[in-house]
Design a protein around this ligand. Structure first.
Ligand SMILES: [Zn+2]
Ligand SMILES: [Zn+2]
Length: 89
């Protein structure tokens, strides 16, 4: 959940609307482990997709990679995916 979400189209039009949010995640298994120091890591490769729909019928999508951040080492799904890709030159 994030504070202060308003429909950007309605804001542009000067309208007020209610915004409903749904979240979907991928089905990849999370990598959960205790490291060599016994610290708990949660590495979830599924970047959640937030779908928003306002009461005036506008809809849009956002992805939030920060939701996958490991609270111990700061790993994110973005970094994990990037590490699996050959470096772009
Ligand atoms: Zn709207
Ligand atoms: Zn970690």
């Amino acid at each position: 959940m994030r504070p202060n979400v308003k429909c950007p189209s309605c804001v542009e039009l000067g309208e007020r609307s209610k915004v409903r949010q749904t979240v979907t995640r991928g089905a990849e298994p999370s990598d959960l482990f205790y490291d060599e120091d016994g610290e708990w890591h949660v590495h979830d490769p599924n970047i959640p997709t937030f779908r928003f729909r306002c009461s005036a019928g506008h809809d849009w999508e956002e992805q939030d990679v920060d939701q996958t951040r490991c609270s111990w080492c700061g790993w994110t799904a973005d970094a994990g995916h990037a590490a699996n890709r050959p470096a772009a030159q």
